[in-house]
Design a protein around this ligand. Structure first.
Ligand SMILES: [Zn+2]
Length: 262
């Protein structure tokens, strides 16, 4: 007989809690005897190992950084992966030490972007076995987004303009490349078309960069950096999509098999 808590916890009253109205707690499942294997467990069918460097925004001999396949609600969401098929607790000392350096470096790079107040660093690892650390940028001034619900807000807020997203990806990749490795994210390609296309896309170009010819670009940048993505590569659209175990994610898996990389 599943146990159902009678009252909702205090955090549902926090300003950062994204939902309102009548909320019930789900019945709590009994624990399973043996957990199902995660994606890529034992390096079999590991998406990260199979992904080409071109699917990433920056790569080095031992680390790779990738973005979502499209802009989401937060100014920046990135994943840091080891190149080797290892989980956090398996890292040898060299990689463990480098993980600290890479974490700080990537946090600084993302925090240097315009409009970013804080960078949340998370490692869940319940969905995929290959080590992947999440970096989620909280927009400046958005106090409601502070704290542990940030990954939920990422899927709730409207996506940021694609041009701004691609510019940010290129800035982070260039920042990381200052210390080595190879940047793969390029700034958005400018398309010389009528400004009327702004209305069609609903995107607002950044207005604080005098060096960007925002008056004549379209809101949609072309993603041509991705030469190596294969049709078998699943899309990565959000924290939830990647961290959900297979049995939970199956119902909501995106159907478009062709990701658009930065
Ligand atoms: Zn792997």
């Amino acid at each position: 007989m599943p146990h159902t808590p009678s009252s909702v916890p205090e955090f549902t009253k926090w300003p950062s809690f994204p939902f309102e109205g009548d909320i019930r707690v789900k019945p709590i499942d009994d624990p399973v005897e043996v957990e199902p294997s995660r994606k890529g467990e034992g390096s079999a069918d590991c998406v990260a190992c199979a992904a080409p460097d071109e699917a990433y925004i920056w790569v080095s001999d031992r680390w790779r950084v990738r973005a979502m396949d499209q802009p989401s609600g937060l100014p920046m969401v990135l994943i840091l992966e080891s190149r080797s098929h290892l989980d956090l607790g398996d890292l040898p000392n060299l990689l463990a030490a480098e993980l600290g350096v890479m974490t700080v470096r990537l946090e600084r790079a993302i925090r240097s972007l315009d409009g970013v107040a804080r960078v949340h660093v998370n490692r869940w690892g319940d969905g995929s076995a290959h080590l992947h650390m999440w970096f989620l940028a909280r927009p400046y001034g958005r106090l409601q987004l502070r704290g542990t619900f940030l990954s939920l807000w990422d899927a709730i807020l409207p996506p940021i303009p694609e041009m701004q997203w691609r510019e940010n990806l290129a800035l982070v990749a260039a920042w990381l490349a200052e210390f080595g490795g190879r940047p793969l994210a390029e700034p958005p390609h400018i398309q010389w078309q009528a400004p009327s296309s702004f209305a069609a896309t609903g995107n607002t170009p950044a207005d604080d960069d005098p060096g960007t010819l925002t008056g004549s670009v379209t809101g949609t940048a072309t993603g041509t950096a991705n030469g190596g993505a294969t049709p078998t590569e699943p899309t990565i659209s959000s924290v939830a999509a990647l961290e959900e175990p297979d049995d939970e994610a199956a119902a909501t898996e995106p159907t478009d098999p062709t990701p658009t990389q930065a």
